[in-house]
Design a protein around this ligand. Structure first.
Ligand SMILES: Cc1cc2nc3c(=O)[nH]c(=O)nc-3n(C[C@H](O)[C@H](O)[C@H](O)COP(=O)(O)OP(=O)(O)OC[C@H]3O[C@@H](n4cnc5c(N)ncnc54)[C@H](O)[C@@H]3O)c2cc1C
Ligand code: SF4
Ligand code: SF4
Ligand code: SF4
Length: 470
């Protein structure tokens, strides 16, 4: 079994250091975005030409192309310092896809720098003006304004807690086989399988189960319905599907869909928003999967399922999360693992993720505690057209979302809760707080919480001292 954990003592120390009061205070100072940062016209920094900018340009000046001066641009050094070493990196691999010098690799869901001429935490190309990895990152000053302008024509408002959308609906595949292999209503696989058969898509970037490691996924490019069916269903470990964009380019595919959890769908949009279009140009549809967390492979699959629960991984046919973790075995048994027992194995980076509902996808899909139906949020014209043609062709059928009030309550609850996971001083805070007022309110809330905590601690100390004095 490969060592896939990002855990271990070094990681824990890094996390503690990251959340110490001194560090938090420092981050608040360093990372607080300027008041003008919201809804301001986006400075167009994205361009492969950024890599060729004049390295002698002094700080504060613009080069001839109007790009930022080299000394202003963030690059691998900053990405490493602000995102990777602080464990907010979700391993989406967008930086790896974007790197023009191919010096980044994904190891245990961390991007690592492999250039023999650079130290692990800096990059010679970055020092000379390359900044594509930093631009690509959805956790380092993501271009949320631009992403939402591109897909919705405007920024999400504060009360649009699960993003902008046209309507929500319940969707189910009409083909029985599709329903059997699908995680919920089989909607994702049914629609994509149909588009592949019709020739509307020539490929789909999905997460497919590894052939050698049970219950581990790998990014996969499928071109037939059969290949797609082999990847249906959800695996609750991380996959880094955007890495599949490179495979799609190698296959010279022109019209692809990509499926990914919330952070992966935003990663694809962020690449496009930054003008890193070489890899995103063929993407015609983004299907997002709602997501509260993914589990660490070693801790959850190997440690919990195989080790503690004694399950044979090859005998597990389905894992679903519906309030509890429900594990279906080959002999039909359903084993229930309380979610609170699985939660400690969740990936650290998910604790910083503000988006439950895959808000930047064309279609966002979730099971939300239902059986046999997928709740789909239709967010863009493209998504609407695709779904409605699928319905007209008899590939999927619909029900009114209001018929499942419990699922809607779950959506509201999870989306609201997840928004507060990103702290106002995080470098991706704008993803959670769409206006400066919302960000200010979050700062105030955090300050009040810290003051209350400090007061409670002081009271406790005073009480203990008084007791000792008696
Ligand atoms: C890690 C993860 C966490 C999720 N968390 C929630 C949640 O908290 N609440 C909720 O309502 N819904 C959640 N979902 C979504 C839900 O499990 C279903 O994927 C969704 O409802 C679509 O169901 P379907 O039957 O239409 O999809 P299917 O037709 O079964 O297609 C599923 C697609 O998901 C892809 N996929 C499978 N595993 C992964 C993975 N690890 N990473 C990226 N893509 C993958 C497959 O390649 C396939 O294309 C989660 C999904 C994943 C993968
Ligand atoms: S600075 Fe450029 S070359 Fe260096 S890691 Fe980032 S993208 Fe790659
Ligand atoms: S782009 Fe993705 S993988 Fe790269 S540092 Fe950012 S979050 Fe991590
Ligand atoms: S919770 Fe967020 S960061 Fe974690 S895997 Fe899901 S979408 Fe990505």
């Amino acid at each position: 079994m490969p060592a896939l954990s990002r855990g271990g003592p070094d990681r824990r120390i890094a996390t503690r250091a990251c959340s110490s009061p001194r560090r938090v205070a420092l981050l608040q100072e360093v990372r607080r975005p300027p008041v003008t940062g919201y809804h301001a016209p986006h400075p167009r920094r994205a361009d492969a030409a950024a890599c060729r900018a004049d390295p002698r340009d002094p700080a504060g000046r613009r080069n001839r192309r109007g790009s930022m001066a080299v000394s202003e641009r963030k690059h691998w050094k900053h990405l490493y310092e602000e995102v990777i070493s602080t464990e907010i990196c979700c391993g989406c691999s967008a930086c790896i896809v974007a790197c023009p010098h191919k010096v980044l690799e994904l190891q245990d869901f961390d991007p690592i720098q492999t250039d023999p001429n650079s130290p692990f935490d800096n990059c010679v190309h970055g020092e000379e003006g390359c900044s594509l990895c930093a631009m690509a990152c959805l956790r380092l000053d993501p271009k949320v304004d631009v992403i939402e302008e591109l897909i919705y024509g405007r920024r999400r408002q504060v009360d649009e807690i699960y993003g902008k959308y046209f309507y929500k609906t319940l969707v189910r595949a009409t083909e029985k086989g599709m329903l059997e292999v699908g995680q919920d209503g089989g909607a994702v696989s049914a629609l994509l399988g149909w588009a592949l058969e019709e020739g509307e898509l020539d490929g789909a970037v999905v997460a497919g189960p590894s052939e050698s490691v049970p219950w581990l996924d790998e990014p996969r490019v499928v071109t037939t319905k059969e290949e797609l069916l082999a990847a249906a269903g959800s695996r609750y470990t991380y996959c880094a599907t955007p890495l599949g964009l490179k495979k799609a380019a190698e296959k010279k595919l022109k019209n692809v869909a990509i499926v990914g959890v919330s952070c992966e769908s935003t990663a694809v949009r962020n690449l496009a928003a930054e003008g890193i279009k070489r890899w995103t140009r063929p993407v015609k549809l983004v299907i997002g999967l709602m997501c509260t967390e993914t589990f660490d492979y070693d801790a959850f699959v190997v440690g919990k399922l195989q080790g503690e629960m004694g399950l044979n991984l090859d005998d597990i046919v389905k894992i679903n999360v519906k309030g509890n973790v429900i594990i279906t075995m080959r002999d039909g048994r359903e084993i229930i693992l309380p979610l609170k027992h699985a939660r400690p194995t969740a990936n650290e980076w998910c604790h910083h993720c503000p988006d439950f509902s895959a808000e930047h996808a064309d279609l966002s899909c979730g099971g939300l505690g239902m059986e046999g139906w997928t709740l789909v949020m239709v967010r863009t014209e493209k998504g609407r057209d695709f779904l409605e043609r699928g319905v007209a062709a008899g590939i999927v059928e619909l029900r009114d979302a209001d018929e499942e009030p419990n699922a809607l309550r779950v959506l509201e609850k999870l989306a609201t809760k997840q928004r507060t996971r990103a702290k106002p001083w995080d470098p991706h805070a704008t993803a959670a707080y769409p206006t400066q007022q919302a960000l200010d309110a979050a700062y105030e809330y955090e300050a009040e919480k810290a003051a209350e905590k400090a007061a409670a601690k002081a009271t406790k100390v005073a009480e203990a001292q008084a007791l000792r004095a008696k």
